[in-house]
Write a protein that binds this ligand. Structure first.
Ligand code: KIV
Ligand code: ZN
Length: 513
């Protein structure tokens, strides 16, 4: 008998704190749907007190997938945050409130400037209040791995007595090392079992020393029943524990850990790719489990061994994480059924009626132009269609462009469409892309600082992928855009427009103070 480990995915909360990883409401719901297919136990959908946009996104996620997966959202230990969480998740079938409050000296003294007892009392009061709203409350002892153990335990004891049903022990700054963290969890687990054995012990690790997966697995070995992770390890600074690494670690080494999760591992690759696509943040090629090279064998000796028997150099198969079967090559003759199947295989909802039909017509136009349509093309098509169709009148489309490259005065002439309106203009620049970007920025009237720009070829097909990271001047917010096209100038222009559109969508989502 294996011990079941609950998996909470916090990509939409901790992961979304990454600069440039901001998703709009539609993208968040799309991703939450995929998390539900992945069969995570819990989705942490956001931090609703941070903005009205976040509140509404959490509410929409609870409404859309909350009947099949447990939903939580984050609150500081204050009544107004707890109210926001409750109001946003209450429609879900198994909602719970997640409260966070620091326990390390540095948090207690520097962040709150109060006595330890006063901070602990804030936590107790918050839990008592949250319990008047919902029967399940998670309490996170922020910066637990750098906390004095006696105070940490006194806090845990006090909040459990106040009604906390899940205790989450975070390694907030990625300071822990596996043996020490495992020991901490073993100590807490032993005491918690005596105090109240119904309370669930959970961990949440960050990857500042590259140890988040190792620390999480050490915690599981020492009694943790629930883990908090993100897809692709997205998250603050060096990120959070990568969900795919922990899940496959437990699966491949079940003989060592004696634990399992309910995750449908065949959905791992799809989920990872969907996130890359939605955020524009690539996975490093040699990333465990989901990196492009994770199953590539290049050395002759390895290839020879693999041909004799896969187990010689493979501890898991790409099929187990949903690889291989993923690649789709469609043509203009692929019918509606094949196209719907392709869209759904990539993790998107294909839609019904007119919505699906307009998507299918776009696919036919693309297939006419490109002849062979790969899964990355379908990704671009569907997500572009969704974002534009939802908010058509607010977002820019590239209607046409002409760029002249020369050594004297590179020039770009651009026409943009926004709803019914069309605007056109020209600019010169230091080079063709500079001219194009200057023209686009002046037409959209956006004060944009270009933080990063990349153009790469894709391994298959003849496309180029353009990626930009921009900062909106004065506001300081960061946005990413990415686009695919056979023309590198167009891919560059579309990527910039993607970033600008992301900023426009964000600014039109209301923010609370
Ligand atoms: O890193 C952290 O401590 C957190 C808590 C909110 C769990 O993200
Ligand atoms: Zn965190």
């Amino acid at each position: 008998m294996t011990r079941s480990i609950m998996v909470l995915d916090t990509t939409l909360r901790d992961g979304e704190q990454v600069p440039g990883a901001k998703l709009n409401m539609h993208q968040k719901v799309e991703f939450a749907r995929q998390l539900q297919r992945l069969n995570v136990d819990i989705i942490e959908a956001g931090f609703p007190a941070s903005s009205l946009g976040d509140f509404q996104a959490v509410q929409e996620i609870a409404r859309t997938v909350g009947d099949r997966v447990s939903i939580t959202a984050l609150a500081r230990a204050v009544k107004s945050d707890i109210d926001s969480v409750y109001e946003s998740i209450k429609l879900a079938q198994q909602p719970f409130i997640h409260i966070v409050l620091g326990t390390s000296n540095i948090h207690v003294e520097k962040k709150f400037n109060r006595s330890r007892d006063a901070v602990m009392q804030m936590g107790v009061d918050a839990v008592k209040y949250a319990r008047t709203l919902l029967p399940q409350v998670q309490y996170s002892t922020e910066d637990a791995s750098r906390s004095d153990f006696d105070y940490l335990w006194r806090t845990i004891e006090a909040v459990v007595k106040a009604g906390a049903t899940i205790i989450n022990v975070p390694d907030t700054v990625g300071y822990a090392v596996p043996e020490e963290f495992g020991e901490l969890i073993r100590n807490i687990n032993e005491r918690l079992k005596n105090l109240d054995d119904r309370v669930i012990l959970s961990v949440h690790c960050h990857n500042d020393l590259g140890l988040a997966t190792a620390n999480t697995l050490a915690a599981i070995k020492n009694g943790a029943q629930k883990v908090e992770c993100t897809i692709n390890g997205l998250g603050e600074r060096a990120g959070n524990t990568s969900l795919e690494e922990v899940v496959m670690g437990l699966k491949v080494r079940e003989n060592y850990f004696g634990c399992s999760t309910a995750i449908n591992t065949k959905e791992l690759l799809r989920t990872s790719r969907l996130l890359t696509h939605l955020t524009g943040l690539d996975v490093q090629v040699n990333k465990a489990i989901t990196g492009e090279n994770a199953f590539a064998h290049s050395s002759g000796i390895h290839q020879d061994g693999l041909l004799k028997d896969k187990n010689v150099y493979e501890i898991m198969s790409p099929e187990e994480i949903g690889g291989e079967s993923m690649e789709l090559i469609l043509t203009a003759r692929s019918g509606r059924h094949a196209f719907r199947n392709a869209v759904e295989k990539l993790g998107f909802a294909a839609g019904e009626g007119d919505d699906f039909e307009s998507l299918f017509q776009k696919f036919l136009a693309l297939a006419d132009a490109k002849k062979e349509v790969y899964d990355h093309d379908v990704f671009e098509l569907v997500s572009g269609h969704r974002t534009l169709d939802q908010s058509n009148s607010r977002l820019y489309e590239l209607a046409s462009f002409q760029v002249i490259a020369n050594s004297l005065s590179p020039t770009a002439t651009v026409q943009l469409r926004r709803g019914q309106e069309t605007v056109a203009g020209s600019a010169i620049g230091d080079g063709p892309i500079d001219a194009l970007y200057t023209a686009i920025c002046s037409l959209t009237d956006m004060k944009v600082e270009l933080k990063d720009y990349k153009i790469n070829s894709l391994s298959r097909g003849k496309e180029a992928i353009g990626r930009v990271t921009i900062r909106i001047e004065h506001e300081g917010r960061i946005y990413c855009g990415r686009a695919l096209d056979t023309d590198i100038i167009k891919a560059s222009g579309l990527a910039l427009l993607g970033g600008i559109n992301a900023a426009l969508l964000d600014s039109s989502e209301p923010h609370m103070g």
